[in-house]
Design a protein around this ligand. Structure first.
Ligand SMILES: [Zn+2]
Length: 327
């Protein structure tokens, strides 16, 4: 949703209630999750205790992931400053990576950020912690929105992100997701999401979202970083390339999905500049957000809940990245 990084989120209006409704509708799922929660939580607590990190968002905390999708490549790991023992060397070159495809993105690194986390609603204390985004302080992360039938934005963003990863890897790219399904109970915080792209020295970063505004508001939009300089935020070097990345993605997304640019902001361009998103303000790499549609609108929701449409969405984003990176 577009209020992701906003502080405070709206307390009334169409996007305020979804999570409450969603909670009741998804009660059976919640029960299922609750059954699994103790074991996951115990592991998480143990990890936190061992790291001595508590809720400090300033520490490096790479997202776990399955073999074959390294968060940090060996070369980058060596070059990464400030690494902690838990995320640096020592770990042998574990499972051999499958031979990467050759293509226009060979040698390029793309970081894909699935917005929110399906576990966030169960960890409101953690995600409500304030973090420093340079220009101000905001919530660590938010729950995201849902469709009226209860399909979570966090489910949508993860699905599209994985499809996007597959499409980009097929073009030769090294792809890093900021988090993986079920790998962590909540988050990452917006500060860490930005840091993962920075640490990976990503050639392009895309944060995947869907909006949660009133019915009748339809279409997609790409959010570009404004020029900001305050505290840890300095976007001067990424404003221009991020706009090019965003324009490429918007054009290709419209082509592959048949969706129109948003009819409720951006003046029909499908592009919006914002200075209040920590994920953009703290990025040192070309980065955009994409709001793929409005989950609270029935027509858009019909698209967002379709696996076939999500594949087209992922392809459009991938094509935009290929165009941006000179494919
Ligand atoms: Zn969102």
């Amino acid at each position: 949703m577009r209020y992701d990084d906003s502080s405070p989120p709206p307390e009334s209006g169409p996007s305020a209630n979804p999570d409450r409704h969603w909670f009741t509708r998804r009660s059976t799922l919640v029960v299922g999750i609750a059954a699994l929660a103790p074991a996951c939580l115990a592991g998480w607590v143990l990890t936190q205790a061992l790291s001595g990190a508590g809720s400090d968002e300033s520490r490096p905390r790479p997202a776990p992931q399955p073999a074959g999708h390294a968060t940090v490549s060996p070369g980058q790991r060596d070059a990464k400053p400030g690494s902690t023992p838990s995320d640096s060397p020592g770990t042998p070159a574990a499972a051999p990576l499958p031979a990467p495809a050759k293509g226009p993105l060979t040698g390029k690194t793309v970081v894909v950020d699935p917005g929110h986390n399906t576990g966030n609603f169960q960890h409101t204390d953690e995600i409500d912690q304030q973090v420093d985004i340079g220009t101000n302080r905001k919530e660590c992360d938010t729950t995201g929105t849902t469709t009226n039938s209860g399909y979570m934005e966090a489910e949508f963003t993860m699905d599209v992100s994985k499809r996007l990863r597959t499409a980009l890897e097929a073009q030769g790219a090294k792809v890093v997701l900021t988090h993986e399904t079920g790998a962590r109970a909540w988050g990452p915080c917006i500060t860490e999401r930005a840091r993962i792209g920075n640490d990976a020295k990503a050639d392009a970063v895309v944060s995947v979202h869907a909006d949660g505004v009133s019915s009748g508001s339809r279409g997609f939009h790409v959010i570009l970083p404004a020029k900001v300089r305050s505290g840890a935020a300095d976007t001067a070097k990424i404003v221009e390339p991020s706009r090019e990345l965003g324009e490429r993605i918007a054009g290709n997304f419209a082509r592959t999905t048949g969706s129109e640019p948003a009819n409720y902001l951006g003046g029909g361009t499908g592009l919006v500049v914002r200075d209040d998103l920590g994920g953009l303000n703290l990025s040192t790499r070309p980065k955009v957000f994409i709001e793929c549609g409005n989950m609270r609108d029935a027509k858009d929701a019909a698209k967002l809940t379709s696996p076939e449409w999500r594949q087209k969405a992922a392809q459009g984003i991938a094509d935009g990245i290929v165009g941006f990176l000179g494919g």
